[in-house]
Design a protein around this ligand. Structure first.
Ligand SMILES: N[C@@H](CCC(=O)N[C@@H](CS)C(=O)NCC(=O)O)C(=O)O
Length: 118
């Protein structure tokens, strides 16, 4: 099953301002919006919420330290038989993509959901 990693909201980031300001990841929020529009995706994907601080261990185990940006969709080659996955990166037998535009492209190709209006 495809694993979709999203950051939990309400994190602090000392690298931005060193204060108590809380943040959410706007890229993950966009994916959350798509999941709420197309609720059938929630039955198809394993959605895994992880904490903001790096290293993000569950993700690093799959795709390595340098690829832990979120949102991140990790799939196996079996998940994508017959689909164009040329825009995925490949590591340790997994395919992954960590750009929101490409994650929703996969959802459209595989599950037939709508596309972002141009
Ligand atoms: N181009 C990516 C940007 C995603 C992004 O910058 N995510 C941040 C969190 S808001 C992140 O995980 N950055 C890398 C890191 O913190 O290690 C997208 O469109 O999805």
């Amino acid at each position: 099953m495809e694993k979709l990693f999203l950051l939990k909201p309400n994190f602090k980031d000392a690298n931005v301002d060193g204060t108590e300001q809380l943040y959410y990841c706007p890229h993950c929020a966009m994916i959350e919006g798509v999941l709420s529009y197309y609720t059938q995706l929630k039955d198809k994907l394993e959605v895994i919420y992880i904490d903001f601080p790096r290293p993000r261990h569950k993700l690093v185990e799959l795709v390595g330290e340098e690829n832990q940006g979120c949102p991140n969709l990790v799939i196996s080659k079996d998940d994508s038989v017959g689909l164009d996955t040329s825009y995925f990166m490949s590591l340790k037998g997994y395919l992954f993509v960590n750009k929101k535009e490409l994650i929703v492209r996969y959802f459209t190709d595989k599950y037939g959901i709508g596309k972002p209006h141009p």
